[in-house]
Design a protein around this ligand. Sequence first.
Ligand code: SAM
Length: 285
Amino acid sequence: MQSIATPTKTAEIVSRHNFMFRKKFGQNFLVDMSMLEKIVDSAEVTKEDIVLEIGPGIGTMTQALAERAGKVIAVEIDTALIPILKETLQDYDNVTVINEDILKLDIDALSKENGGKPFKVVANLPYYITTPIIMALLEGTAPIASITIMVQKEVAERMQVGPGTKDYGALSLAVQFYAKPELVCTVPPECFMPRPKVASAVICLKLYETPPVEVRDASHMFKLIRASFNQRRKTLANGLTGEPSLGLSRDMVTDALTQMGLPELVRGETLTLAQFAQLSDLLTK
Ligand code: SAM
């Protein structure tokens, strides 16, 4: 089938269906064929795979994924796109479109209904909910093999950086605990219709079978991490004791920091993932 990943083809489909782009759904459709190929290539999709696509739009990437995957499940929130997807995906019998908000969908149940094989997630994500979607995929119980996504360039950078940089935060630590992030390419605004104001990037997260650090209670560690980055300008001890749900006294925190050989006034943004794991273990002893 001829691809619809061109400005002319996309404009023709959109206008024939009287479709109005909705900013609130982060609708910037990909209209560059070579970029589309690059994304789908980097996801390494084969006929053995079930792909979960988040936000198919008018089906541009869905078509390319359907050519290569065993099955594609595409989840789209905007009801106005469903008749368009019916048309653009009519030649593919291996695509299921679900008209739902990805953040409300039970991905674990969806995985079980489809035999439980780990999904490969591929998406040009709506930028207004990038972080909640990534966190739901990483922290959820549905088996996921990899996540290949288009995000804002700045968010892709946040996923890869280490301690001591201004972009380092809870997202960097969550991504690096669950997956190995690899930047595929940066993508200029001209590759989209309409053009976004910011540059984008494609990043591939390959999920670990075993996380790179050991921790007794990962959810406790992430509570610590969130508390220390919520209060970025405070010291780690102030941030952690200021978070009532953790129930930590100043003595407990300073004792743990001393055992780790860290100064009392240390800031959270200087700790590595391994140090957060050690701190969490010490505080849950
Ligand atoms: N995949 C298409 C492409 O590359 O041309 C469209 C990408 S566009 C950046 C994001 C898509 O996600 C839109 O189709 C939008 O309607 C959809 N979307 C936004 N919020 C969503 C949500 N919560 N759940 C599912 N889809 C959503």
